[in-house]
Design a protein around this ligand. Structure first.
Ligand code: GLN
Length: 492
């Protein structure tokens, strides 16, 4: 039988259509691999084998009827922040440990309609707050390239599951880098769409003006396929963009001649690992050789983006998390009166990082400090967005690193939140500006993957996918996979 572990979605779909493998077989292989690997990786919080096998049989019937789409019968995983009807959705928090949503998120609905098979819900930083997956209330995820390293966060479970061949693709969410950063650290492809391109309905809110769901895949074409399925207007999300969805696969020609690519000078140097910089410079050179025009650009307010993000996102988070009070959702710890119940529920239910963000957000919004912090941050947000607008008046997309370093050891930054926040320095400006970006494998440093970030205009997904695909086609990086036989009993 065909070993499906590292097939791309496109390859698996062709095999399904040709009758060479069934969705039930693909799904069984994925489930077996999860059994073999996940006691070490801990990428999944909930595994749903019964749902998966039922959906796989249904997909096989649909394929037999000739009614299959490109994702029909493909086994996938969803970050546990996306509401799934009838399937526990925890946000990796004790406060939602036994919460079972009564409805599907908009993106989940679309994937179900496309005939995807749900393997389970993936581990993450609690409420998506983190850059290493160490903030999960249920224990960290490990990086399949080196189990002592973090996989990145907050969508670390989704990225690890895809990198290790447990799932054929996964969805993550990205508020300040949480799709791209774990994709970079696990050698996968991660796309954060333009804010509003993909429905936020049923995505448990962290920072509503920043949150966006998107694909984590093993190829750029797969990212295009998944985006095609989940993108589009949803009237249940008031910030959803009502614009036609282009054919994202159409432009993937391998051709970048005529494309103008900017290199923001503020995204290099500083605290960046020298070998990571060298890898990104080499990637830029590949584009030059492919015939793209490379031009240095400046995004002068980059230095302020991180502090802006760490004012705005906690402010939005404290408002969004006010709903967890022991009355309406999830955990409820009794007290003498209502206030004591609120306090106890939150004390037991939320982890330290979530409490820290609520405190930060409450402080930034409080009378007397609002003007100095929140209002100022909103003004700087406009300046950051204008930097990108100016750059995009000259170039079609930007090339940059995704992260300043490769995957760091588990435990290295947990005592120093500021140090942890610094790992988002190249990803948060994109969310602040509401634009789109993709991270793709660009090479390896000491056996660990490095991510190249390609940043696009609002609704510029076609262009960044095209540029990403050309690099992938010209290099071998995406064909390398972690050697899981080093730590798990599976055939290579
Ligand atoms: N690391 C960032 C944070 O902790 C971004 C998280 C995210 O994108 N969800 O806020």
């Amino acid at each position: 039988m065909i070993d499906s572990a590292y097939l791309t979605v496109g390859e698996a779909a062709a095999l399904l259509r040709g009758g060479e493998i069934s969705s039930v077989e693909l799904t069984q292989q994925s489930l077996r691999r999860i059994e073999q690997l996940d006691s070490e990786l801990h990428a999944f919080l909930t595994c749903t084998p019964d749902v998966a096998l039922m959906q796989a049989s249904e997909a096989d019937r649909r394929i037999a009827r000739g009614e299959a789409g490109p994702l029909t019968g493909i086994p996938m995983a969803l970050k546990d922040i996306l509401s799934t009807r009838g399937v526990r959705t925890t946000c990796a928090s004790k406060i939602l440990e036994s919460y079972v949503p009564q409805y599907d998120a908009g993106v989940v609905e679309r994937l179900r309609q496309a005939g995807c098979v749900l393997l389970g819900k993936t581990n993450m930083d609690e409420f998506a707050m983190g850059s290493s997956n160490e903030n999960s209330a249920f224990g960290p995820v490990r990086n399949p390239w080196n189990l002592d390293r973090v996989p990145g966060g907050s969508s670390g479970g989704s990225a690890a599951a895809v990198a290790a061949g447990e799932a054929m693709f996964a969805l993550g969410t990205d508020t300040g880098g949480s799709i791209r950063q774990p994709a970079a650290l696990t050698g996968t492809v991660g796309l954060k769409p333009t804010h509003g391109r993909v429905s936020r309905y049923g995505l448990i809110a962290f920072g509503s003006s920043l949150d966006q769901a998107g694909p984590i895949t093993r190829s750029v074409r797969d990212a295009a396929l998944v985006l095609q399925t989940i993108a589009g207007h949803d009237p249940r999300d008031s910030t959803s963009i009502n614009a036609p969805v282009p054919d994202y696969g159409a432009g993937l020609s391998g051709e970048v001649r005529g494309l103008k690519l900017g290199v923001p000078k503020e995204y290099f140097g500083g605290g960046m690992q020298a070998e990571v910089e060298a890898t990104i410079r080499a990637a830029i050179h590949v584009y030059e050789e492919l015939g793209a025009e490379i031009e240095e650009v400046s995004l002068p307010h980059t230095d302020y983006a991180l502090s802006t993000y760490y004012i705005i996102s906690p402010a939005e988070a404290m408002a969004n998390l006010a709903r967890y009070d022991g009355v309406r959702y999830g955990l409820s710890v009794p007290g003498e009166d209502m206030w004591e119940m609120f306090g106890r529920t939150r004390d037991v239910g939320f982890g330290n990082e979530v409490k820290r963000r609520i405190l930060l957000g409450t402080y930034a919004l409080s009378a007397g400090f609002y003007d100095a912090y929140y209002l100022k941050a909103q003004k700087v947000r406009t300046l950051v967005r204008r930097d990108f607008e100016a750059a995009f008046s000259r170039v079609d997309a930007l090339l940059a690193p995704t992260t300043p370093s490769v995957a760091f050891p588990i435990g290295e930054k947990t005592d120093d939140p500021l140090e942890m926040y610094l790992s988002d320095v190249y990803t948060v400006p994109i969310n602040i500006a509401g634009i789109c970006a993709i991270s793709i494998p660009a090479g390896f440093v000491q056996g660990l993957p490095v991510g190249l970030q390609i940043i696009g205009r609002p609704l510029g997904e076609e262009t960044i996918l095209r540029a990403a695909h050309a690099f992938e086609a010209a290099t071998e990086h995406a064909t390398r996979h972690p050697d899981v036989t080093a730590w798990a009993a599976v055939a290579s």
